[in-house]
Design a protein around this ligand. Structure first.
Ligand code: HEM
Ligand code: HEM
Ligand code: FE2
Length: 456
């Protein structure tokens, strides 16, 4: 850690870890409900556990993004944060918002708009927190007077994520209109501006971990971000197929969304090349695993499994089935969970007594999660394929089909348990070293004479 104020990040990460654990409890609860008698039916029905599961995901991932930004911006701009006090107030407000939103869902207090269920007062607090956050970061950069392209991409992603949340604040009477605008937030988040956030962290980590040439890394970052936008904006139409809008959205959605994986393949090649050409001299190999893992798993979960159901001819069968859950898990995990875990793994040795060299617990956490998530993806996929065939092709009733596919949910619970063990180990590894904020630590790669940092 080079700047004292970077220690703020630790507390954001700590909150993120706790909420991550809680998210999985509600995921397992949701999965268990597929398996049969549900003693909690009246207390905690499926719609409530699922909304809590997905909302906790969004809140903790965003908490992770904020923490990682508070860590990265002082490093990039070479200066202390503008105000640590503001950052702590923001964290308190944000956490209170997240926790009370979850408590509200338990009592059916929410808007019912999938992933955007937060009641209006909570949405307003979210906007206030985002403004505090962006102000703090903006002032930090202004004071320091150094602004890198890597943090530019990150900040553009964060600011656009805040702007794209605004349509979610409005209420629309017409259901078609409501769904239409919902995708401006959800789709343009995960397949647009959040990918810029991921790209910013990825470039930062690759530069730091591999010593790769900054100019070259930033040039390719622009290319990837460009590709995201060319395909991602009109790609929104892959959610417009069946919602009641004119039919020309079908070819538009099919064509542009099919181009989206290009950017994700580009990102994986980018990461791989940086690693291969620049040597692997950084001692924090675990952070390298998470970084590379994120690039590769995104290509699989978002690129390949997104493409698998993005054409209208396929999507008319798979829309809203467990095929969607298959893709949603793998994509979210690769792109956003893994990049946050990469940033945490990179930053943690500077904020705790933990040695930079990897621990075996850290590796167990990595591989158990990876194997577990791969198994969960396969479980949802096999359940989804059977569901589509029985329900939509043979015409069986929804609940009859659910009985037929229960075996896949046994597999889901088994693989999700393995995944949860991996997450449990990650959280344990996070908390097992007390925080200790050493300021003078030199970077093992960037601060030594460059021998292996070749250009791409
Ligand atoms: C990191 C990137 C991505 C993430 C995190 C992600 C996540 C998700 C999630 C959570 C959903 C469910 C949304 C809902 O129903 O509310 C979804 C739906 C969908 N995604 Fe993605 N996705 C990503 C990238 C992609 C890409 C690149 C494609 C296409 C190539 C794609 C194709 C689709 C399609 C077609 C649906 C609609 C499924 C349906 O009709 O039920 N996604 N995605
Ligand atoms: C213990 C691990 C987990 C279990 C057992 C689990 C289980 C589930 C279940 C049963 C659903 C409801 C599917 C349906 O609507 O039928 C769900 C939804 C969802 N989960 Fe998980 N989950 C777990 C971890 C995760 C993680 C780590 C992520 C993020 C990377 C995640 C992201 C999502 C998303 C985005 C949805 C909504 C999908 C959609 O319907 O569009 N889950 N999960
Ligand atoms: Fe989409």
């Amino acid at each position: 850690m080079r700047y004292r104020s970077q220690s703020v990040a630790y507390w954001y990460f700590a909150v993120a870890m706790v909420l991550f654990g809680l998210q999985l409890v509600f995921g397992l609860l949701s999965a268990a409900k597929y398996l049969g008698p549900d003693p909690l039916l009246d207390l905690l029905p499926f719609d409530v556990t699922k909304a809590i599961h997905t909302n906790l995901l969004i809140v903790w991932v965003l908490t992770g993004f904020m923490g990682a930004t508070y860590w990265m911006v002082p490093d990039e701009s070479r200066g202390e944060l503008h105000s640590t006090r503001l950052a702590y107030i923001q964290l308190g407000l944000w956490t209170a918002m997240g926790v009370t939103a979850v408590l509200g869902y338990l009592f059916g207090y929410g808007t019912g708009n999938k992933l955007l269920e937060q009641p209006l007062p909570h949405k307003i607090v979210i906007v206030i927190c985002m403004l505090m956050f962006l102000y703090n970061i903006g002032m930090t950069i202004r004071k320091a007077g150094r602004f890198t392209a890597t943090e530019g991409v990150l900040l553009l992603g964060l600011a656009s994520a805040a702007v794209l949340y605004l349509p979610a604040l409005l209420h629309y009477e017409n259901y078609v209109v409501s769904i239409y605008y919902r995708w401006w937030t959800i789709h343009l988040w995960v397949e647009g501006v959040w990918e810029m956030i991921q790209g910013g962290f990825l470039a930062y980590l690759l530069i730091r971990l591999s010593g790769a040439d900054r100019e070259v890394m930033e040039k390719w970052l622009y290319v990837i971000v460009g590709l995201v936008f060319i395909a991602g904006i009109l790609g929104t139409a892959h959610h417009y197929y069946w919602i009641g809008v004119p039919h020309y959205w079908l070819p538009l959605g099919g064509f542009f969304s099919a181009l989206e994986p290009m950017a994700l393949v580009g990102m994986a090649i980018y990461a791989y090349n940086a690693m291969r050409r620049s040597g692997l001299s950084h001692p924090n190999k675990l952070a390298l695993h998470w970084t590379m893992g994120s690039a590769v798993f995104t290509m699989f979960g978002a690129g390949l499994l997104g493409l698998a159901h993005t054409f209208p001819d396929v999507n008319k069968w798979t829309h809203g089935t467990l095929i969607t859950a298959m893709h949603g898990h793998a994509a979210f995990y690769g792109a956003y969970v893994m990049i946050v875990l990469a940033m945490i793994t990179y930053a943690l040795p500077g904020m705790t007594r933990r040695p930079v060299e990897e621990s075996s617990i850290g590796y167990w956490a990595f591989w158990l999660q990876l194997g577990g998530m791969f198994g969960m993806t396969l479980s949802f996929a096999t359940a989804g394929i059977a569901q589509v065939y029985l329900e939509r092709i043979l015409g069986m009733g929804y609940l009859d089909v659910q009985l037929k596919i229960q075996v896949h949910f046994l597999m889901l619970v088994a693989t999700a348990s393995m995944f949860s063990l991996g997450v449990g180990l990650f959280i344990f590894d996070f908390f097992r070293h007390a925080p200790q904020f050493n300021v003078d630590e030199a970077d093992p790669v960037l601060d030594k004479p460059r021998t292996s940092g070749a250009a791409l």
